[in-house]
Design a protein around this ligand. Structure first.
Ligand SMILES: NC(=O)c1ccc[n+]([C@@H]2O[C@H](COP(=O)([O-])OP(=O)(O)OC[C@H]3O[C@@H](n4cnc5c(N)ncnc54)[C@H](O)[C@@H]3O)[C@@H](O)[C@H]2O)c1
Ligand SMILES: O=c1ccn([C@@H]2O[C@H](COP(=O)(O)OP(=O)(O)O[C@H]3O[C@H](CO)[C@@H](O)[C@H](O)[C@H]3O)[C@@H](O)[C@H]2O)c(=O)[nH]1
Length: 435
């Protein structure tokens, strides 16, 4: 078993650290955020992720999982150091590498053993070379450091499950020995391994995310055409998804993708292509289609009120960018809410987990339940398909709103069932009744 240090305890770092400790390694997680570290030391996860708290508590008590803000302390016995810091989008669209560069310096200044550095963060092609250079230039101790690319593919809300049951683990190494060490680290997970060089591993991550984003934008555009032509996009997605060459996954039409990954990673890949004068118009088109999709959803609701929603009260069900997470980074809900507010609507919101939109707007009314949120509203907008919303007693809820108009932005509710209860329900890419 290996002594491991993990830099950054966000969705990726914390989940990876906890899972590595669960499979028997001794793991020290480092974060610069003292509040987070204090919470984690007490066995409390600073992020909402199903199953995480239990594993956190269990492995702390087994003395396999530690937390610190001190890099030197964390690296003292570590043979492998994972970098899992953020790579947010900068103004140009490129990935902002400031946290990666700092983590590389932290390693160079503090390691005292031969170390394999594993870059887990999603980084532009060539960044592992940069990390290696920064470490070599700043290295204090006389030790050997190898850098291995190991991009992460977990989904928020399923992070623990995905780490134990991933489709693959990509390892990009220039040194066979260092690559083997990383392969050994993950061996108990029994997940298929792809071995390649560093640049290919970095590209696998961006190419995978962009492909999935293209798939979503494609079905969303097909949905819009279905809506005009009287076809049902859900049936179309089922029909094309049964072709195993296409697959049904990521063909759920809706109001577009959000989150901390697809928006920034498609932008970063498109930026890389532009920088290298390579045509990647397919990804540019997916980005544009995604922006338009949430705008179209907002327009749809405005059209329901003949172009004027001033003074109308609208209920927003769901704020998180998708169910089972508290993450609101690039959540479509934020764009939709701010656009509705700009048009003069009153907005009530309810999310089972997110209780704060990250910005202050005194006119937003935060509610404690679905019934509270839809009381006296002129329309209800389902923005995140939490299971709790799907399982609601929609028959009992019909008495709460002023107008029983329901726009399902995630095609999660049954038109047939809800119509029987009196809901006037509209979905994406489906015409409720043919004219
Ligand atoms: N969120 C996901 O589902 C997901 C999935 C796969 C890959 N990724 C990629 O993984 C990376 C991390 O994503 P995330 O969502 O976990 O990030 P995050 O922003 O949630 O967490 C990053 C953490 O790193 C800490 N940090 C920054 N600099 C540090 C330093 N020098 N030393 C110690 N701690 C430091 C921050 O305080 C923060 O807690 C990104 O590149 C992202 O694109 C994310
Ligand atoms: O058919 C679909 C599937 C997803 N989405 C939307 O796409 C976004 C992303 O969803 P998902 O992929 O489930 O969530 P993430 O946690 O962002 O995970 C993605 O981004 C991570 C960070 O790079 C990767 O590790 C994962 O493999 C990749 O799925 C969300 O807004 C979803 O609502 C759709 O609109 N339709």
């Amino acid at each position: 078993m290996t002594n491991v240090a993990v830099i950054g305890t966000g969705y990726v770092g914390l989940v990876t650290g906890v899972v590595l400790s669960e499979i028997g390694h001794t793991v020290t997680c480092i974060d610069i955020d003292e509040k987070k570290v204090e919470m984690m030391k007490q066995g409390k996860s600073p992020i909402y992720e199903p199953g995480l708290d239990e594993l956190l508590v269990k492995n702390i008590s087994k003395n396999r999982l530690y937390f610190t803000t001190n890099h030197k302390e964390a690296f003292a016995n570590s043979e492998i150091v994972l970098i899992a810091v953020g790579t947010p989008q900068s103004e140009s669209g490129a990935a902002d590498l400031q946290y990666i560069k700092q983590a590389a310096k932290d390693i160079a200044h503090n390691v005292t053993n031969d170390t394999v550095v594993v870059v887990k963060s999603t980084v532009p092609i060539g960044t592992n070379d940069l990390v290696e250079n920064i470490i070599q230039e700043n290295l204090v101790a006389n030790v050997k450091v190898d850098v291995v690319s190991n991009p992460e593919f977990l989904r928020e809300g399923h992070a623990i499950h995905d780490t134990f049951h991933g489709d693959r683990i990509a390892i990009g190494a220039e040194s066979k020995e260092a690559g083997d060490k990383v392969e050994e680290l993950f061996a108990p997970l029994n997940v298929p391994i792809v071995r390649t060089n560093r640049r290919s591993a970095e590209m696998i991550k961006y190419a995978a995310n962009a492909f999935l984003a293209v798939k979503i934008s494609y079905i969303n555009q097909i949905a819009n055409l279905c809506e005009q032509l009287g076809a049902d996009v859900d049936a179309v997605a089922d029909g094309i998804g049964m072709d195993h060459r296409i697959g049904r996954a990521f063909l759920n039409a809706g109001l577009g993708y959000g989150g901390s990954c697809f928006p920034k990673d498609t932008e970063a890949l498109a930026y890389l292509a532009r920088e290298n004068e390579v045509d990647l118009s397919i990804v540019e088109a997916a980005i544009l289609a995604n922006h338009r999709q949430s705008e179209m959803f907002t327009k749809k609701i405005i059209d329901k009120f003949q172009g004027n929603i001033e003074g109308k009260t609208l209920a927003i069900l769901g704020v998180a960018f998708k169910p089972n997470t508290d993450d609101i980074r690039e959540a479509p809900s934020l764009k939709i809410i701010s656009s509705l507010l700009k048009q003069g609507a009153k907005v009530k919101v309810f999310d089972p987990v997110v209780k704060d939109l990250g910005y202050i707007n005194p006119s937003i009314e935060y509610c404690d339940s679905v019934s509270d949120c839809i009381t006296d509203v002129d329309a209800t907008l389902l923005v995140t398909e939490w299971q709790e919303f799907i399982d609601c007693d929609w028959e009992a809820l019909i008495k709460y709103p002023k107008v029983p108009l329901l726009l399902d932005g995630r095609n999660a509710l049954s038109i047939e069932r809800l119509s029987i209860f009196g809901w006037d329900i509209d979905r994406i890419g489906i015409v409720p009744k043919l004219k």
